[in-house]
Design a protein around this ligand. Sequence first.
Ligand code: ASP
Length: 336
Amino acid sequence: MKKILILHTGGTFGMVKMQPGEILAPSQMQARITAHVPELEKIARIDFKAPFNLDSGNVQPRHWQELAGLIYHNLDSYDGFVIIHGTDALSYTAAALSFMLPNLPKPVILTGSQRPLSEIRTDARANLINAVELATYAIPEVCIFFGTRLLRGNRAVKISTIDYGAFESPNFPPLAEVGLDVHIANGQLLRPAGPPELKTAVSDRVLTLSFFPGLQPDYLRCLFYTQVQAVVIRGLGLGNLSVQEKSFVPLIEDLTGAGKVVTITSQSRHGKVDLSRYENGKLIAAAGAIGAGDMTVEAAIVKLMHLLGQYPEDISEVRQQFCRSIAGEISEQIVL
Ligand code: ASP
């Protein structure tokens, strides 16, 4: 029988009602999980750990580092890992783990739920059972299981606070679909290219903001007085920003000239940023901004945090590496 380590880190999954109809609070889960989901023991030999117990809004990069370290140092002891996590920041943690654990040889499956485990019509039970079963397969990736689909972690976004299918992978097909049977898209899976590594250095000197018509680029001049090293601008459509009235071109030129990385993602979830298609995009690229291709906003942010952690003194290397796939987070290499 396969051996799976479940890491419970908090979120709605394990919360209990404190007063009728009132506020939910986190609680330690091992006994409750086993009581509510006795089937787990038929799927695998399970060990539990609860490294922290947080609403995922409180998760910090140091928690990503803790999880990555726990997984890395237990790779020889388990066949797979399941992380129970709050849904709000789930895709950020998944992206971070995918970058921190290069050449991961075993599945790391993050899951959570929209309803606590103890409530009727909970999705927690099914999500956990499926995540644990999928963690027994040869899926050497950091993934998110939610509803009926297994998604590549660094491709996933939370799209709903009410649907049981809370996550989507807008630019990449699911790695597995679970219905009557389990269908794994074996051809899509990453394959380790060497021995597993642990790369946990991470920086928080990243900022993201959304462009909208009328946004004053001058408001962002304050960035020159901060420690920010990389900016993710969520543009429109293919990566569009104003280049006439209230033009972003001088700001991008100055940020780039000051040694900061400026990247452009899109407010449109599906499709990719392409700065070569329109005149606006060409001017934005010429000013020094890098289009993030079909990366999610979440993946672009966390990738910059990771790269700035790895190469704190080498912005040119950060720019180069941002354009390449580290863990399958982007479909095509970006040409600078
Ligand atoms: N606020 C919760 C969290 O992200 C929501 C959830 O788990 O669904 O921790």
